[in-house]
Design a protein around this ligand. Sequence first.
Ligand code: SF4
Length: 368
Amino acid sequence: MTVEADSAANTHEGERERELFRSFVALLVSRGSRKGAWEMLKGASIVEVSLKTFYSQVRKDGFEAVAKALFVEEKLERIRELVANPPPVPPRRVAVSTLANQYYCEMQVHLGTKHDVRVTSAELAAGNEGHARLEAEAEPITEEEVTRRIEVGEKMGLVELGLAGEVEGVPLIGRADRVQLEGARARLLLEWKFSGRRDLYPTHVVQVEAYGKLLRASGFDTSELVHAVAVIPRGGPRPENLAETMAKRAADIASVAPWGERRIATTAQMPDPIAGLGVRRLDSSAFTLFVFPHNELAAERDVSWALGYWKGDREPSRTTSPSRCRACPYNAARLCEVALSQPDGRYRVREMTTRDGDTVHLLIANGR
Ligand code: SF4
């Protein structure tokens, strides 16, 4: 080969590498999330760092810089193979809490898939702190020990139990606050809510119903499952072993008498998860418990309505409550075009642009 031909070949090779790099960056961005990009890179043995490290690298330097660090000689062949044959984008996983929030305002959930809105408030911080305190009551346990206890039919309470399964083709994931098991029989599902209002809302009911469905899909017997929603007031007393106490009280309330029959009304509109629920209530200074039986038909109906949005069967619906719109972070950030009222000024809004050019809306509650 002549010197000119050699140099032309090098130029051509350089252009091919630049093209490969551009395609590599575009592929990472196309996964729709840092987690999706990391999972794809991990599957192709291109990244070694943990998801947490990858997250912070992308957040700090952006996708292009991270791709550049990975674009080294020994990985080029694997990158070439990945760009030529990318794995299909896995279907979007929906968190059970997100599914439940559709019963507050589905448009909020929809806008959450389009915009990065981060809310900071004393209420959220208190809820996180309260959760952490209740979790800290539990002792760590290995998965092998859990399996052994289930197999021998032991009773146990599991805290922060990760659940996952596919319902109507949509992958659902969640973390139940506390589940009481007797072997493979799920007896009580206890969900903690930190709020000044001691009320039971449709979002609470749908959340535990969906966990009940996931427990069943995971092989647990849910035929005698009872749900308990514990509302814990902010600033109230926090006695020792509160999680254990609430689980015991909920089981006591559930056992006082058999549950009545429930008629499940079907509808094409958003169902009312609370209608006919037959709730038993217990009030104490530290908590209020709402206890009701799991009903598979009701859970099916309520979860199915919410999944209609994720399956693309219908457009997102919006709340009919102007007061929710007044308090809505998306309304404060001027992102909702169907708001029923003006925002009430409870949030200060700041906009930031990330290195990848994405806009982040930071909403800080004005002490309400
Ligand atoms: S402004 Fe109202 S309709 Fe729009 S997302 Fe918020 S609560 Fe829903």
